[in-house]
Every structure is written in C-alpha cells, then in structure tokens.
Write a protein that binds this ligand. Structure first.
Ligand code: G3I
Length: 424
C-alpha cells in the first residue's frame, strides 16, 4: 500500500495511467520472444492503440485544471496561517473557569494590594489586567513621592498619580498614598541651607496641597516613611536637624487637617519582627498617640530575603495593635539569591504564606500589600545585586509557588461573610 500511496497523489495519477495500459499489454512486455508473429501482433496492437500523446495531454490539462480549481477554491475557505491559530473556532470554547483571584478570597475588612507603576498601565495591558483582577488596593510605587509630584517649587506633576487613582476607581480598589515625607524622596530643589521656617513652609505646603487634592479618594497615606534608624531612634535627616523631632507630629497634623477621613500611617522597614528598631517605633507611636497626634496606623514594609526567619511576626503586630492603631503589611517582597531554584522558591512561598497568616491572625491588620507583583517590574535587581525573582508572578506573569501559597492559605479560611468594605 504504502509504496503506491507514498508515491503521492500526483505520481499515483500518472502511474495509474501507465499501469492500465500495461496491464492489457502485459505480453508486449515479454520482450524476450522477437519473431514475424511478434511483429505482426505488435503492428495490430499499434493500429488499435489509442493515440496516447493527445489523450495524455488532454488528461494533463484536465488534471491541471482540476488542481487549479481546487487550490483556488481551497484558499478561500481556510484563512491565512496566522489567523488560523487565532481563528474563532466554530465551537465556542468556554473560557477557563475563573479561578478566584486573591482579592476575591480575602476576608472582609482586609484588602490585598500591590504597588504599581502607573507608566505600565497603558504600556502593558496584561500588567494592568492582572493588577485590576488580583488586587483590591494599589499603592503608587513612585508617582506620589515629593520629588515626582513637585519637581520644582509649587509646580506639580499630577499625571502619574491621577492615572493610578483613575485606574483604581475603575477597578474598585482602595488607594494607599505613598509617601508625603520619605527620607529618600525629598526633591533636589529643597535646599538644606534654607532656614527652618522656609523648610517648614515648603513641607507644610506640599503635604496640604497633595492631601487636599486627593481628599476622599485616598484611603490611607504613608505620612512619614523610614523616619527611624536601625537602633530605633529618629534617623538623622534634614528635618530632624532643622525642625527637631516634632516634625513627625507636624506632618501628621497637616495631613489630618487636609483630609480628616484619610487613615494616616507611619511606615518603616526592618520592624516586622521583634527588633530594636521595632521597639523604637513602638515607643514613638505610643508617645505620638499619647500626645494626640492623629497616627491611625503602622506600616510594616516587609522587604524580606528568601532565607530570613522573622521572629514573632504575629506578636509584634499585636503589640502595635494594642496601642489602638491599625497595622498593615505595606511593601512585601521576598528576594531570592539568584539563580532561583525550586527549593528557594518554595522557601519564598513559605515566607509569603507566613506573613499573610500573621496579618490574618491580627484583627487590626487591615491591608496586605506586595511591593510589585511581577519579577518583570521589581526594584530588587536594581538595588540588591545578585538577587531577584522577589514577586508572586514571574517576568512572564506566570503565577509562582508564592502565589499558589497565598491562594491556598486564603482557601483554608472559613467562607467570608458580606462584601469587602474599605479597610478599618
Ligand atoms: O523615572 C526615572 C527615569 O526617567 C530614568 O530614566 C531612570 C534612570 O535613572 O530613573 C527613573 O526613576 C527611578 C524610579 O525608581 C522609577 O523607576 C529612580 O531612578 C529610582 O531611584 C526609583 O527607585 C524607587 C525607589 O523606591 C526610590 O524612590 C523604586 O522604584 C521603588 O520601588 C522604591 O520603593 C521604596 C519605597 O518607596 C520605600 N520603601 C523601600 C522601597 C524599596 O526601596
């Protein structure tokens, strides 16, 4: 079978032609007996023989005609190769069952959020889609920092921040404003040599202008970011030197005056476990609240490393909550020493799960935010040489074990009652 078939349809066509002829004249094929009879028989066969050439030609033409028609007709029906892949199947394939997203599984009163860089919302639709579908809150990674919002005195660049707020409102996400006064984000035009009064004015005007603009649209603000040194004392900054330790309380009061409805947080890193810095922060928050300063919450950044072993996360969060404030995980990522391995990613997943469990174990923990959700847009490689892969999704937006761990942990929770109102 094969041989004939393999010789393909075309050759089959021709053979088929020759085979037929040869069959009636199989004798002719017995070339071994030359005689007069043979000749006579050959002449007789020739006179009855079908005029091969014209017939063959006709058949070839006919065959060509048929193929031509087939090809022309065939092309019309099957769309070009590319679209063939994406051609709409005649049978509608139902979409993959919508797996619940992180935001769907969070218990009421707690939002899961991500830092986001507004520039990618328009440039990268997949990034925007995942941000909108997975997270119930967003934090501006850089767009709302002083240097970016007020690039020169009293000149404001609102676009990036406005874009992020609009996106968040379109996706029913709470907005976490970051940050009114960050130790790293003071604009270059602020001159340390200025007198205290002038420094105080530019700081107060910035805080008032920004918070008033977003009044009622920003759920919470990081009012002061990274004010503490590793020993838990106030970091040596321009503001401490020129305005004294009271600058922290002043910024909180200005923010509160501009939007009494916004939750006001003090945010820092290296305070996730029971560290000296955490002790220092606890004491400062206690003193501020005793002084009536409107500190509503404490943010624990949680920039962790895959082999970290934070001590007593739950106990630490609880002792802050006992001061009467909300607590929040504000900038979680778990950087991995490259190259990443399945073992390191499993350890990373365990840490993400541990931090989520700690937040869920403390009623006053009102939001759990990751500092970016894809390895494609993470600050880690630029700041921690040899480290990366810190996020829930890889650079191709494929969920990693850490994402699966969070989903698994949330699925273990008793079904939540009621919708998610804005965090406490
Ligand atoms: O936008 C400019 C771009 O125009 C320029 O070409 C490029 C090259 O220099 O720089 C870009 O700005 C960078 C910006 O991120 C936006 O990508 C800055 O250089 C870079 O310093 C800045 O890094 C940010 C860093 O804070 C400093 O502000 C990181 O993205 C951001 O993830 C990081 O976030 C901080 C939190 O605010 C506070 N807690 C720690 C956390 C990680 O460091």
């Amino acid at each position: 079978m094969g041989a004939e078939r393999r010789t393909g349809s075309n050759s089959g066509v021709t053979d088929r032609l020759f085979t037929k002829e040869r069959k009636p004249t199989t004798p002719a094929l017995a070339v071994s007996q030359p005689s007069g009879m043979v000749l006579a028989r050959a002449r007789a066969a020739r006179s009855h023989r079908v005029p091969v050439l014209p017939v063959a030609l006709a058949l070839v033409v006919a065959a060509l005609l048929v193929t031509g028609l087939a090809v022309a007709y065939g092309h019309e029906r099957t769309p070009p190769a590319v679209s063939a892949v994406t051609a709409t199947p005649t049978v509608q394939v139902p979409p993959a069952p919508q797996r619940p997203a992180l935001r769907d599984l969070m218990p009421s009163g707690v939002r899961i959020g991500s830092a986001a860089d507004g520039r990618w919302l328009s440039l990268d639709p997949e990034y925007a889609e995942l941000l909108g579908s997975e997270f119930g809150a967003v934090t501006a990674e850089n767009a709302m920092k002083w240097g970016n919002l007020e690039p020169s005195p009293d000149v404001y660049a609102w676009t990036g921040a406005d874009q992020l707020l609009t996106f968040a409102e379109q996706h029913d996400q709470a907005v976490y404003g970051h940050t009114l006064l960050g130790q790293n984000d003071v604009p270059k035009w602020v001159d340390p040599a200025w007198p205290a009064a002038r420094l105080r004015t530019v700081l107060r005007d910035h805080v008032t202008t920004v918070v008033s603009r977003y009044r009622g649209r920003v759920w919470a603000w990081d009012v002061v970011n990274e004010a503490l040194d590793e020993d838990g004392s106030l970091r040596d900054t321009l503001w401490l030197r020129k305005l004294g330790p009271g600058y922290v309380a002043d910024v909180f009061r200005w923010a509160h005056a501009a939007d009494p409805g916004a939750r006001l947080f003090i945010n820092d890193y290296g305070v996730e476990g029971r560290t000296r810095k955490a002790d220092g922060l606890l004491a400062m928050v206690r003193d501020l609240r005793r002084a009536g300063v409107p500190v509503d919450g404490v943010g624990f950044q949680s920039h962790l490393q895959w082999d970290d072993r934070p001590r007593d996360l739950v106990g630490n969060l609880r002792r802050f909550a006992q001061l009467g404030v909300s607590v929040a995980i504000t900038e979680l990522d778990v950087r991995v020493e490259l190259p990443e391995t399945p073992a390191k990613l499993d350890r990373q997943a365990a840490l993400y799960r541990q931090v989520l469990k700690a937040c869920l174990a403390v009623t006053e923990c009102v939001s759990f935010t990751v500092w970016g959700f894809t390895d494609a847009r993470s600050w880690i490689p630029g700041y921690h040489e040899g480290y990366g892969a810190a996020c829930l999704f890889d650079a191709a937006l494929v969920p990693k074990p850490a994402y699966a761990a969070l989903i698994d942990e949330l699925r273990r929770l008793p079904p939540r009652s009621g919708g998610v109102s804005s965090p406490g």
